[in-house]
Ligand binder design. Structure first.
Ligand code: NAP
Ligand code: MG
Length: 407
């Protein structure tokens, strides 16, 4: 690679800035690890809470539309306001989660994968490769309707068609007090989920597993299984065979047993609740939330890269007091490397693809060399002694490795 010239880009990336400590890291990553090496081309959207508030959250919608238009985005963590944030930032409204807005507009599925380094061992020693969780991000208990049943009574499910025809099914004849819940999903959402999963498995060259509780939920969960199988047979079986990867469905109980005994290296697709719970389990078992990457993939192949963690508020308040913090930038660096590599692949820019790879390599090499942020020091089991440094020092150490790798 000719290092006298910066690496060129063709199509701009959609850059979405964010909040608090991750906004500070964002700037540091660009200055230290990107701008010296790449002629960055970005369409910039400031999703920091103040600017979302000033624009009535229009900036989030504009950013999502830009991803639809340009194909690849990279996002910094952002605050999802609650009552306390409304006060803290004097907000006009309690704006919705930007991730929720973007996910809904792209109709995407969220894929989360741990970043592995030698010296930080997963709790399960057999896991040699990362396990990626694909979580369906719509419906089920996240869009539920619940009632408490105060006394004896009959609970029924009723579906009314446009011509007024009612289909009814008994849920339970209550003899005393209790509770009842109604949940739903749609074929359109499940279909998008399936396409995103099959595409992602092909993209990353990994097997795809899908698991639900269809033995108990013979209509609801079984419908997920059927739609996945149908779409696989029609659109993906051939491509999977050609790529030498497999798709298989199994009961969630069986999947758990297999995951624990596996060596990793596959994509595990899960319904909304199962994905929520299992992604926390996977993150913890692999080491740390600060080492989880996340990418939103739409069924028509648009990509949004980000870190899985939040804005690390407690560190930010310390930063505001002038203290140096040791906040881990790894997942945010990998959001950039993932986005640049994908942009390079789509635009046929080999140098940009290679830069994405080397940036990741340099980051991992820095940690494996014993230099890391303090959150990782407790997890460290490597041979070299661990040196806990602040974020700025850590970025500089990565830059040294990166310059070496770039030659
Ligand atoms: P968080 O920002 O992920 O932080 C939770 C705790 O995990 C931190 O206090 C810190 O522990 C540790 N941690 C997380 N990331 C770290 C990193 N990179 N380096 C070092 N330690 C790290 O979650 P939160 O405190 O629940 O949420 C804070 C804000 O982020 C909220 O306003 C929330 O809305 C937002 N959020 C945004 C996203 C997103 O944009 N994708 C996701 C989640 C949350 P210690 O303090 O013990 O060091
Ligand atoms: Mg969760």
């Amino acid at each position: 690679m000719d290092m006298s010239k910066k690496i060129a880009m063709k199509t701009p990336l959609v850059e979405m800035d964010g909040d608090e400590m991750t906004r500070v890291l964002w700037k540091g990553i660009k200055e230290e690890l990107l701008e010296p090496f790449v002629e960055l081309k970005c369409e910039y959207y400031d999703l920091g809470l103040e600017h979302r508030d000033e624009t009535g959250d229009q900036v989030t919608v504009d950013a999502a539309n830009a991803i639809k238009r340009l194909g690849v985005g990279v996002k910094c963590a952002t605050i999802t306001p609650n009552a306390q944030r409304v006060e803290e930032y004097h907000l006009h409204e309690m704006w919705k989660s930007p991730n929720g807005t973007i996910r809904a507009m792209l109709d995407g599925t969220c894929f989360r994968a741990p970043i592995m380094v030698e010296g930080i061992h997963p709790v399960i020693p057999a896991w040699e490769k990362p396990i990626t969780i694909a979580r369906h991000a719509y419906g089920d208990i996240y869009k539920n309707t619940e009632l408490t049943v105060p006394e004896k009574g009959k609970a029924e499910l009723v579906v009314t068609s446009p011509d007024g025809l009612e289909t009814r099914k008994m849920i339970h004849q209550f003899e005393g007090s209790g509770i009842v819940q109604g949940v739903h999903n749609t074929d359109s959402s499940i279909t998008s989920f399936a396409h995103s999963c099959f595409r992602y498995a092909l993209d990353t060259h990994q097997d795809l597993w899908f698991a639900t509780k269809d033995t108990i939920s013979k209509t609801y969960d079984h419908h997920f299984k059927d739609l996945f199988q149908e779409i696989f047979e029609r659109d993906y079986r051939e491509a999977f065979e050609k790529a030498g990867i497999t798709y298989f469905y199994t009961l969630i109980d069986d999947a758990i047993a297999r995951v624990v005994r596996s060596r990793g290296g596959f994509v595990w697709a899960l319904k909304n609740y199962d994905g929520d719970v299992m992604s926390d389990m996977i993150a913890t078992a692999f080491g740390s939330l600060a080492m989880m990457t996340s990418v939103l993939v739409s069924p028509d192949g648009k990509y949004e890269y980000e870190a899985a963690h939040g804005t690390v508020t407690r560190h930010y308040y310390r930063h505001l007091k002038g203290e140096s913090t040791s906040t881990n930038p790894v997942a945010t660096i990998f959001a950039w490397s993932g986005a640049l590599r994908k942009r390079g692949e789509l635009d046929g820019l080999d140098d940009l693809v290679r830069f994405g790879d080397l940036l990741e390599k340099a980051t991992i090499a820095t940690i494996e060399d014993g230099t890391m942020t303090k959150d990782l020091v407790n997890l460290w089991q490597g041979e070299k002694p661990a040196r806990g440094v602040d974020s700025t020092e850590f970025l500089k150490a990565i830059r040294t490795h990166l310059e070496e790798l770039l030659g």
